[in-house]
Design a protein around this ligand. Structure first.
Ligand code: B12
Length: 159
């Protein structure tokens, strides 16, 4: 997958680089530590942005160093709403539109998991993981990494 640079040239994302983040409202950290270890075990180089990450920081990080995959982890129950805002901002920006993103964790409250999943997929996430899913996080991430290595996206930078 190719991601554009500010000068209009395309940059090849580093195949091993995964950007790991949570949403702006989420202060939980052990989920991030756990997923970072899983991704390292899967042979990836991980940038972990830590808790409470503003949308603008995620988008800027993707612009500066396009990852092969953006992994969003959120457990505080606001993830479904905040995750939507994040992916919409990411895909509104021509420079980051080609970055494949997945999201997972404890996404909502009140058992609206199905609805959350549908909305998040419709907004652009390649895959959505709910804690109640039968697949393990390891299996989900291994599959997401395989899928992200698919055909290149071509988006030209508007800047
Ligand atoms: C520790 C903790 C806190 C600590 C966090 C400290 C820290 N440094 O992380 C503190 C006290 C700060 C806290 C605060 C809050 N918390 Co809290 N917290 C927990 C607790 C007890 C453990 C979380 C943890 O560390 N788990 C260990 C990690 C390794 O596992 P994990 O988080 O479950 O992540 C796993 C999976 O979710 C999955 N996963 C996660 N993300 C992703 C992403 C992908 C792509 C994939 C594949 C998998 C995946 O993989 C991980 C490993 O299996 C949980 C309850 C629980 N038992 O889970 C509540 C819990 C997460 N908290 C909760 C809530 C509501 C809050 C607060 C809103 C409480 C409040 N009213 O203030 C605040 C929110 C603060 C904020 N701004 O985010 C709720 C969330 C409810 C929901 N989602 O429906 C929980 C579930 C408690 C509950 N049962 O109600 N919390």
């Amino acid at each position: 997958m190719l991601t554009p640079l500010h000068n209009g040239w395309f940059r090849q994302p580093e195949a091993r680089h995964v950007l790991l983040t949570t949403v702006a409202s989420d202060a939980h950290t052990w989920n991030l530590v756990y997923l970072e270890l899983l991704l390292v075990e899967l042979g990836r180089e991980v940038t972990n942005l830590g808790p409470c990450v503003p949308v603008s920081t995620v988008v800027e990080s993707c612009r500066r160093r396009p990852p092969a995959l953006l992994v969003v982890s959120t457990v505080n129950g606001h993830g479904a709403a905040d995750g939507l805002e994040l992916v919409r901002s990411l895909y509104r920006d021509p420079a980051t539109r080609a970055v494949p993103a997945v999201i997972g964790g404890k996404l909502g409250i009140g058992g609206a998991a199905g609805e959350c999943r549908r909305d998040l997929l419709a907004a652009g996430y390649r895959a959505v993981y709910e804690d109640t899913d039968p697949e393990t996080p390891y299996e989900f991430l291994a599959r997401a990494l395989d899928t992200a290595a698919g055909p290149a996206g071509h988006v030209r930078d508007s800047a």
